[in-house]
Ligand binder design. Structure first.
Ligand SMILES: [Zn+2]
Length: 77
């Protein structure tokens, strides 16, 4: 018997500017991640892996992600 070693794919997060027309809902506070002309908002997009498989994308306000304790690691810009 040989065992197959699987390299785990880790969830990861990136920092992006919020774009006009964005209708994503923040996974932290459940409010929309909205573009506003006044504040140059940034959001965190996380690719979430469950086990070694990609499962979903989660969106966070930048602050909400920090408040949540950066659940998917530091967001890279
Ligand atoms: Zn939020």
């Amino acid at each position: 018997m040989t065992s197959v070693v699987q390299v785990p794919l880790a969830s990861r997060a990136v920092l992006r500017l919020i774009e006009p027309g964005s209708d994503a809902v923040c996974a932290g506070c459940a409010n929309q991640v909205k573009f506003t002309a006044r504040s140059k908002g940034r959001k965190v997009i996380a690719n979430v892996y469950v086990g070694s498989r990609w499962d979903r994308v989660e969106h966070f306000h930048e602050d909400c992600y920090a408040d949540a304790g950066e659940p998917y690691g530091p967001a890279r810009s």
